[in-house]
Ligand binder design. Structure first.
Ligand code: 3YP
Ligand code: ZN
Length: 368
């Protein structure tokens, strides 16, 4: 059993500026706060917990490298890549595409390193150098479709890694499980009409992007059923999420029988996240990881590659990520120090309206 792990110090140097989602505007009453909500420190703190706890000693370090232009262009348009590269040379950098996703000088090179980190992890898993693994990359990727960045994402790391597996590593069928609290719209759109890539997104209903991720979004005309969306009601906790996995995610993966499972792993369903209203704790993330590993053992020799997406609580993201990586590695070296607080919040049990939503999706997407 070995678990790969990607981190590069430059991911902690991503400069998302001092504004971002709500830039200071005194006339509108918006005070400066000094850092973007997606500040890289949150991810760096996860890496440092993995190092300090000793978990890193149970992991096989996989080196990130820059994704080549050819690799990036398997997913993105030359216009998008060209614009990012140009803005990346400017003294103050640029924006991924929606005005809330700024990057500093040299930002393109770090984004290419994040995409290349995802590629290298997937390659290590597919070639059997490791059994499974976690690429702790930054910035995130899942909102970016072919032609633009958005929602703090510059390049779609997961889509680029999946495209690499299919174009260069002889893999055909891939499933992407996206448990970030926001809809994986970019990844879904890249593979919308591709029957050999299943994209499955579990997110908070209507959270971001607005109007995206409805349960009726099921894939393009040549690939009906190749997209699955589970828009969970706000306030869903550990057992609501675990029910969604048990009832829909796992059976859908079993039916699709991919050769590789890639998880787009955001920790913003976490109970302390400022950008969403879910209640998941390290217990829920651990359980989702266990379920994915179990079905992966059945269908694809355990080949699971996880790639970091969002997560904005500098307090809680480290413990959620640590629990996931421990579970991948099959070890337990640290307790979640915040669990006494977040686990004690009421609302973790499966509620009737959460069950109803999941059952509705199951009826829609699973073979009768
Ligand atoms: C982008 C603007 C409001 C919510 C934010 C979402 C970024 C994210 O974590 N996506 O997964
Ligand atoms: Zn997110």
């Amino acid at each position: 059993m070995s678990t790969g792990y990607v981190w590069h110090e430059l991911f902690g140097w991503v400069d998302s500026g001092s504004g971002g989602l709500f830039p200071a505007d005194p006339a509108a009453g918006l005070q400066p706060i000094g850092h973007h909500v997606a500040h890289a420190d949150t991810k760096r703190r996860l890496h440092e917990l993995v190092a300090v706890s000793g978990l890193i000693g149970h992991l096989e370090r996989v080196e990130a490298r820059h994704a080549t232009e050819e690799e990036v262009l398997r997913v993105h348009t030359p216009e998008h890549v060209g614009r990012l590269r140009r803005e990346s040379t400017l003294p103050k950098g640029g924006d991924a595409g929606d005005g809330i996703s700024p990057f500093g000088k040299g930002g393109y090179e770090i984004a290419a390193l994040a995409a290349g980190g995802a590629i290298e992890l997937v390659e290590a898993v597919v070639t059997g150098r490791v059994d499974n693994g976690y690429a702790l990359v930054h910035p995130c990727g899942h909102h970016a479709p072919a032609h633009t960045g958005m929602g703090f994402c510059m390049l779609n790391n997961v889509a680029i890694a999946v495209a690499h597996a299919r174009a260069a590593l002889g893999v055909r069928r891939v499933a992407v499980v996206d448990w970030d609290v926001h809809h994986g719209n970019g990844t879904q759109s890249v593979f919308w009409d591709e029957p050999d890539v299943l994209t499955l997104s579990v997110h908070q209903d209507g959270c971001f992007p607005p109007g995206s991720g409805h349960l009726t979004e099921r894939g393009g005309p040549s690939a009906p059923g190749s997209a699955i969306n589970i828009p969970m009601p706000p306030g869903t906790g550990d057992f609501g999420y675990l029910y969604a996995f048990e009832r829909v995610v796992v059976p859908a993966l079993r039916a699709f029988a991919p050769e590789l499972i890639v998880v787009a792993s955001g920790f913003d369903p976490g109970a302390m996240d400022p950008l969403a209203r879910q209640l998941v704790t390290s217990r829920g993330f651990r359980g989702m990881t266990e379920q994915v590993l179990q079905v992966a053992a059945e269908v694809c020799d355990g080949r699971v590659a996880m790639v970091q997406e969002g997560g904005y609580s500098p307090f809680y993201v480290p413990f959620c990520g640590h629990a996931v990586i421990e579970t991948l590695a099959g070890v337990k070296v640290l307790d979640d120090a915040l669990f006494p607080v977040v686990g004690g919040m009421t609302g973790h049990d499966l509620a009737p309206h959460q069950k109803a939503l999941v059952d509705e999706v199951a009826a829609l997407v699973l073979p009768a």
